[in-house]
Design a protein around this ligand. Structure first.
Ligand SMILES: [Ca+2]
Ligand SMILES: [Ca+2]
Ligand SMILES: [Ca+2]
Length: 163
């Protein structure tokens, strides 16, 4: 993922060079860090506030979130329960992970096992060094300069616009 993002950033920079204009100062082009809705939830699992989410904190966190979601306490998440939970925990049902990411057998109910399996799979996706602990650098996604290339080519000698 990071490799792809860096490759895209290089392509933009090369494009600016190839156009003949002076490339915008790369020092002022911010690299943006994006936290996905599931990463935001995993950050919230950091109960002792040491800025990393341990395996024990993942265990406690997913149990807490399942309980939060299971409003009628039948140990399964009905679609309306998932929707309500997704709105508060993930920031909206359009963010993902989606209901069908959890509901693997598509029976319209998310069991505790399905809920845990999906979140644990995401934890291991984020855990790039596979040490069972999630740190900030594993949770953020870096995105190169979000600004699209300017269509106008600067004339020779002209300073690039200030940002
Ligand atoms: Ca922690
Ligand atoms: Ca339920
Ligand atoms: Ca890790």
């Amino acid at each position: 993922m990071k490799v792809q993002v860096l490759a895209a950033a290089c392509a933009v920079a090369l494009g600016a060079c190839a156009s003949g204009g002076s490339a915008p100062s790369r020092d002022t082009s911010p690299i943006r860090a994006i936290l996905s809705a599931d990463a935001l939830m995993l950050v919230s699992f950091d109960a002792d506030a040491d800025l990393s989410t341990s395996a024990a904190e993942v265990d406690a966190g997913l149990s807490r979130e399942f309980t939060r979601a299971d409003a009628n306490r039948d140990n399964a998440l009905q679609p309306i329960e998932f929707q309500n939970w997704s709105n508060v925990a993930l920031g909206g049902t359009q963010m993902g992970p989606y209901r069908l990411d959890f509901d693997r057998n598509v029976d319209n109910v998310i069991t505790r096992e399905e809920f845990e399996a999906e979140i644990r799979a995401r934890v291991s996706d984020y855990d790039s060094d596979e040490n069972g602990v999630l740190v900030r650098a594993e949770l953020v996604r870096l995105v190169g300069q979000a600004r699209p290339p300017t269509p106008r080519r600067p004339t020779p000698g002209e300073l690039p616009p200030q940002r």
